[in-house]
Design a protein around this ligand. Structure first.
Ligand SMILES: [Zn+2]
Length: 288
């Protein structure tokens, strides 16, 4: 697959110079370039109404591109929404609400809500398929994300991650790292017959009983690679997540961590098609 470049800021403002251009884009992606009027059946006779964000057919029937989308409930202009999505899909380590506030000229509260919703929709776009299969290798590892709470106590959240070599990543926030917690999730997410690569944490020892070929590297003995058995991909993914959490957001509450992980998965899983990130995210916003 050839890597195609992500949208540049010039591309963005060329395509979306104002709110009308954004509305027009929504109209066309939602109803098509030449929509059939559901009332009179004429094709492509819609024109923009001057006094509301809607289009009207010759016969007087209206189509509202923002109805049943998050844009309908928002007072933030469309172009700001589009630009926020552009920022989220063109940065490597995410966008802080403070940065969004500054760039969009909205309140912090608005910026925070926009960022939260964009993350949620990145998670919807990403979805979750089954990883692995016979002959495939999936790396599984768990990590602690977070830091100290307001009283200075350790407040870390355990996250399980599974990454198919040359494929996709799936993560889950979990209450602990014991077998009774992790194994059912691994069985749910990874196909039987997969070569599962882990470190030597005891939880993973039983995996061969569940139809997996289990290979591990002994991190406690400083063994990191044996043949092609290693967990380098999932560990690189964790480093990226931690850079996003610490570098961009400083701290993320356990409650909101899953949406940040959804954002990191979206970015990782589309890493070879960065040009698709913005259009996929935007089209996801056509659902309520
Ligand atoms: Zn009509």
């Amino acid at each position: 697959m050839t890597k195609t470049k992500a949208m540049t800021i010039q591309d963005f403002f060329g395509q979306f110079p104002d709110d009308d251009a954004c509305l027009d884009h929504l109209f066309r992606t939602r109803f098509g370039d030449e929509p059939v009027c559901p009332k009179c059946g004429q094709v492509g006779k819609f024109g923009r109404l001057a006094n509301m964000p809607a289009y009207t057919c010759n016969c007087g029937h209206h189509l509202h591109p923002m109805v049943d989308t998050p844009f309908e409930r928002s007072r933030t202009p469309l172009q700001k929404w589009f630009y926020a999505m552009f920022l989220f899909t063109t940065t490597r380590n995410g966008v802080a609400a403070k940065e969004l506030q500054r760039q969009l000229g909205v309140t912090y509260k608005t910026a925070w809500r926009m960022a939260k919703l964009i993350r949620e929709y990145m998670g919807y776009v990403d979805g979750e398929g089954t990883l692995g299969g016979r002959g495939q290798a999936v790396e599984v590892d768990e990590t602690f994300i977070g830091g100290k709470d307001k009283r200075g106590h350790e407040d870390k959240t355990v996250v399980l991650g599974m990454i198919e070599r040359r494929g996709e990543v799936v993560t889950r926030v979990v209450p602990n790292r014991y077998a009774k917690t992790l194994v059912p999730i691994i069985r749910q997410c990874i196909a039987e017959g997969t070569r599962v690569m882990t470190d030597d944490w005891s939880t993973y020892r039983g995996l061969r009983n569940w139809g997996f070929f289990h290979e591990s590297v002994n991190h406690s003995a400083k063994e990191y690679v044996r043949g092609d058995a290693h967990t380098n991909n999932i560990e690189a993914f964790w480093s990226g997540v931690k850079r996003m959490v610490k570098g961009t957001h400083i701290w993320v509450s356990p409650k909101h961590l899953p949406t940040y992980l959804g954002e990191a998965e979206f970015r990782y899983n589309l890493r070879n098609q960065p040009q698709m990130m913005f259009p996929l995210l935007l089209s996801a916003f056509q659902r309520p």
